[in-house]
Design a protein around this ligand. Sequence first.
Ligand code: SIN
Ligand code: CO
Length: 379
Amino acid sequence: MKNNLSLLGGLTVNEFLRDYWQKKPLLIRQAFPVFGGLLDPQQLIELACTEDVQARLVTQQRGRFDLQQAPFEPQDFNRLGKTKGGKAQWTVLVQGVNHHLPEAAALLKHFSFIPHTRLDDLMVSYAPKGGGVGPHFDSYDVFLLQGSGHRRWQISAQADRSLIVGAPLRILRDFRVEQEWVLEAGDMLYLPPHYAHNGIAEDDCMTYSIGFRTPAYQELAEQFLVYLQDRITVDGMYADPDLKTQKHPSEISAAMLQQTEKAIKQVRWDKEDIANFLGCYLSEPKPHIFFDAPERPLGLAKFGLAVQKRGVQLDLKSQMLCHAGWIFMNGEEHRVNERDYPLLRTLADERESPALPDCTTELIELLYQWYLDGYISPV
Ligand code: SIN
Ligand code: CO
């Protein structure tokens, strides 16, 4: 792993977390001194044209922005620049590049000082000179790492977050630049959530955004109730052997209300339910993500030997978390024994496990199921 001191401009991780994380921006010149990028514009455009890839194309003409979403065809990009006078500025942004490129997943490992529960994905953008998505703010923490080319970043701590009404993108109505820098390959800018920013390509420019999600409490609470509904057991059934006549038969009686309240109060949860909900919710793949089962899978015995000799690795799209004897793999929860838990936690931490010579049958069977589902493969 890279020495985080240069990644954070000489700060230790603890200093960065104390003074900057979720608090204020940090510009780090040469965070990744030899970083020239992981793919070129043509490769990014090919990725944007791939099925099940989330990508956006933002065009800008005479100050007006336009937005198109994937799926794209290569012609969508050939046309660009050939609009009236060739003056249109544009940018393509591809989400989840780490799900497709092993080098991108390796880049994310440098950011493991932030827990995996907070990581969203790696987005890569390409823009020729003048391109950008306009001044805006995100609800994410983000590290904006410059690949090839140069980008001018303008930022502002402004509290006014009102947006242009009717614009196809979220563009700030009144962006007041407070600081600006031109970033070159290997430079990086950290921005906390809701910090206004605007990135303009100075030339052919590729930017790598390492994004960290912060779920809204409303979303967490709603999803917790969804999680709970499949797991609660409430005993008994409504009964009214002492039913009394009532003046208005359409009225919900006090007796019915009281009995129902008592029944609903049986719905209880504890910290383990909350931890397991978080594990499932935060490891759940996004709706567009599909796993490919192996075409000609190894049998269980051969798979077991491969695991014992070489270990296993997560598929690039897999998300694995753990907590107190529970393992969460792509939205599914598994209770594992004390011996297997640390081995699986290493797999979750590193996305790869070393050879597992003393692997239990129980563990081989669990790994084999994940292998058949396309979640992991032998190294
Ligand atoms: C970009 O890469 O052009 C946009 C990144 C951002 O502003 O969040
Ligand atoms: Co942004």
